[in-house]
Design a protein around this ligand. Structure first.
Ligand code: 5GP
Length: 115
């Protein structure tokens, strides 16, 4: 077994980070290095899937749960509009191989793509 991911350690309370929302199978935190006025991460509680391609193939309902959580958070923390980013692979900027979506919101008209 490899080491638990940083997000599993946050969920388990080993690394401090406020869990700002939770569903049955997913949770959300604020990104430690925000790239937008609102920059949240929505994360499955299980680290079974390394990226969104694996998640979509293995558990499309869980992918839909992440999108629903992102939508509720964008309504709660911004005006409801949001950008959803899944960095997939190191050359696309993925650094944590426990699938997660970046939810960017709040005045993004001028912001470039990426998280
Ligand atoms: P990735 O680069 O894999 O798409 O996204 C990983 C994200 O996790 C990065 O945006 C990074 O800032 C965030 N991150 C890494 N470590 C921590 C942490 O300990 N706490 C929080 N809240 N975010 C983290």
């Amino acid at each position: 077994m490899s080491e638990p991911s940083i997000f599993t350690r946050i969920l388990d309370g080993e690394i401090p980070s406020e869990i700002i929302a939770e569903t049955e199978n997913a949770f959300a935190i604020r990104d430690i290095a925000p790239k937008a006025p609102v920059h949240l991460l929505v994360i499955p509680k299980s680290e079974q899937y390394r990226n969104v391609v694996e998640l979509a193939a293995g558990d499309p309902d869980l992918l839909a749960e992440l999108v629903g959580l992102a939508n509720s958070l964008a309504a709660e923390h911004a005006d409801g509009d949001f950008r959803l980013i899944f960095n997939t692979g190191p050359n696309a900027g993925q650094t944590v191989f426990h699938v997660h979506a970046h939810v960017l919101a709040g005045g993004l008209q001028e912001a470039s793509l990426g998280a």
